[in-house]
Design a protein around this ligand. Sequence first.
Ligand SMILES: [Zn+2]
Ligand SMILES: [Zn+2]
Length: 95
Amino acid sequence: MPSQSTMSLKSWSRVVQERDHHTCQKCGTQTGRLVAHHIVPRKDNPSLTFELTNGKTLCYICHSVVHKICYDCLLDNPSITDVLSRYRPKQKSKE
Ligand SMILES: [Zn+2]
Ligand SMILES: [Zn+2]
């Protein structure tokens, strides 16, 4: 699949998020910043970098948790605090 190698990370990320209907695959949110996460880290298997089945849409918060990024560091960022405030109230189950 030679065309895959010409795919940019940006377009890969876009396709993954479109496939997942712009919904976090962990908590189900559709608000806030969404990112395409590599299930198998690129450093572990670079050949899977543009593999769509290796991509998963996560919100910024869940992505941070997956990568074990310091939560408190995120709180220093005002735009993230805004996301958190929407995230924290227990989400009622909806469609
Ligand atoms: Zn999430
Ligand atoms: Zn990731």
